[in-house]
Design a protein around this ligand. Sequence first.
Ligand SMILES: Nc1nc2c(ncn2[C@@H]2O[C@H](COP(=O)(O)OP(=O)(O)O)[C@@H](O)[C@H]2O)c(=O)[nH]1
Ligand SMILES: [Mg+2]
Length: 252
Amino acid sequence: MPDSLPPTRALRLGVAGPVGTGKSSLIATVCRSLADDLRLGVITNDIYTDEDARFLRSAGVLEPERIRAVETGACPHTAIRDDITMNLLAAEDLERDFAPLDVVLIESGGDNLTATFSPALVDAQIFVLDVAGGGDVARKGGPGIGRADLLVVNKTDLAPYVGVDVPRMVADAEAARDGRAVLALSRTDAVSVAALRSWVLEVLAGHRNGSHVPQDPGPMAPHFHADEEHPGGGFLHEHEHEHTHEHEHEHG
Ligand SMILES: Nc1nc2c(ncn2[C@@H]2O[C@H](COP(=O)(O)OP(=O)(O)O)[C@@H](O)[C@H]2O)c(=O)[nH]1
Ligand SMILES: [Mg+2]
């Protein structure tokens, strides 16, 4: 599409991050805070079930029909990055059935720090970490942490219980992101929820006026394998990734 013609379809907003960091909850929060202002739809990606879609339907923030599950049947990473057909079809169906929609939120099936959306599927993406995963997670890097449009440090209300210093975790995240946006969020903190809402509205405005350019966070981050020597003595290096879909391992 030429730059001069702003897209007429909905903004597609991806939400990725490790299992349990609060992706479904964040989507529920976004829906709750914007449902009166925008026409929304949601697509979830689960491996074997429609658990996330059922959770979101039961949260009662959108009509149940506006929440659809893509059951990837394999690695959810593949369905949001390598072969996005099922998700594209689901997004197009949703938009056709409820035209016009303003935003379609797409939740990735969580796996680990390496999964990001293809820019062919989403216009912008949020990567979600939580304080319960440990204050040092933000320093582990990866394409989502480094280059998603927004990095959320979620569940800040739990920080005192898990001994995490939120400002420090946010500062680490900012350092890993060359100034890209980082948001400390808790669904119990209205100020942070308002900031998330503003961010979505800002990206939507950019999408509509054609100024927002989808970014590719990139395939795999520089990372190391413990069994490899690195001649420079450091532990980060770039290399082509051969083992494309074995996500049992966390990098880092
Ligand atoms: N304390 C607290 N718990 C949260 C928050 N957001 C999500 N959770 C909880 O974290 C767990 C995982 O959330 P969920 O949204 O299912 O994570 P997902 O696997 O990334 O989709 C659930 O028990 C949520 O209730 C938050 O802001 N604060
Ligand atoms: Mg979920």
